[in-house]
Design a protein around this ligand. Sequence first.
Ligand SMILES: [Zn+2]
Length: 232
Amino acid sequence: MPSSYRELKAQAFAANLEIPKRNLAIYTFGNVSAFDANRGVIAIKPSGVDYDRLTVDDMVVVDLEGNIVEGKLRPSSDTPTHLVLYRAWEGIGGVVHTHSTYATGWAQTRRPIPIYGTTHADHLAEDVPCTAVMSDDAVERDYEVETGNQILACFDNSNPLHTPMVLVAGHGPFTWGPTPEKAVYNAAVLEELAKMAFVTHTVDPGTARLPDRLIRKHFERKHGKNAYYGQK
Ligand SMILES: [Zn+2]
């Protein structure tokens, strides 16, 4: 029977293949989901399937409550984390989780990635936030849902579309965007920012954050109503 979710599954499949292609994860690490806001469903990578064996038909379609709508395989074990973000935030169309080396390294130190330079400020105007370490209670309760809740807690005072990335303490990064392609782009950008910050911190651990005026200048060149970077 032809799938009525063919396009969404194709979109999720293509975005998932970008993960190994951009060296953001090996083996089965990492997953991408694509959201259809009109139908209230996501397509996500199945659990534990290597990228080189993955097919479009393997993508699992799940509703926002986590019920499988279409698919023969079990969805990624991180699916409940993705769903927490889709339920809470309007305007996101894709979520990515990887264990990319540098971003995961920072997550393991349990600290935010400081905004050291303009490359970072071109993409987001604050440090890459890092969640709190999860309590034993929360781990026992529902680990993946609580991971989502901890991510939400980092955005009480900021716009998740302006800062489309987070480090989950002791674990690794999650990124998102208006589309799955943009969410993958943000995962690649985060890895590069994490790498640059690692070099900066290694050369001089006392390096100061970029001054606020430069942060605003760079962020607003590319974002917001007065943006002038790139072609019209
Ligand atoms: Zn993970």
